[in-house]
Design a protein around this ligand. Sequence first.
Ligand code: GDP
Length: 296
Amino acid sequence: MAFEGLSSRLQSVFSKLRGKGKVSEEDVSQAMREVRLALLEADVNFKVVKDFIAKVKEKSVGKEVMDSFTPGMVIIDIVNKELTELMGGSQAKLAKANKPPTVIMMVGLQGAGKTTTTGKLAKLLQKQNHRPLLVAGDIYRPAAIKQLQVLGEQINAPVFSLGDQTSPVEIARQGLQHAKDNGNDYVIVDTAGRLHVDEELMEELRQIHQVVNPDEVLLVVDAMTGQDAVNVAEHFNNQLQLTGVVLTKLDGDTRGGAALSVKAVTGCPIKFASLGEKLDALEPFHPERMASRILG
Ligand code: GDP
């Protein structure tokens, strides 16, 4: 279950505070030391933790909090708000082109869940009565094209492919034209992932970007990889100007380090969360709901 480890750590810190009628500055300091440790153990970025604790502490030792009848509850509320802020504050919605089709480019390292997320996102859009076209631009991973075609069949969405002998840039260009010719209001371009970030991958992505001029560039990262996911996001963002992040495998992420750091480190909002392998396991990311989930 998502954030289980972090959640239980924080809950035990706050259950002590909640019981208190009066809270001293030392109580707050002690609680903050424990929260700091819990966040570091959850693999949250060191600097993010430092800033977070400083903010919560500053707000928590004020006179109004100390004099409140339920200071513990007020502090939990402050932590809740700051956690929400850390994850972007409010829900970051998917951009929409002024003139359809809206073009979404999916990028990420191999194995992060990019191809399955492409299918899941298409399904989510279909539920909102849109007609997405999937474009099979990952020609390097064996079976990636087939995988996308199978996903397309499952959700009854068209998949544009030119096999694996045409360049991804050309596939993207023709795919976009195909969408325009066929009245698809969304185009989701699946691109190649590599095992590591490399210059060749970035150059190809930049070329595809130039050709399709996307409204969204979504980076798919595996939440279970914690700070590695954040580093990947930082790198991609420097090279490509991401518009959003999709966190996958949150169902297996007990720690939450990527979810809590990626926005603060990269400035890029988390737009979707994937919580399972099934095709309907993708949801829009709601920072406030995630914060409440963490605090239990
Ligand atoms: P790609 O190489 O980035 O295109 O990765 P794939 O889309 O092929 O996904 C890699 C593996 O991760 C597959 O086995 C997916 O079923 C799995 N996967 C993707 N998203 C999730 C998720 O949110 N939760 C879980 N548990 N598995 C996922």
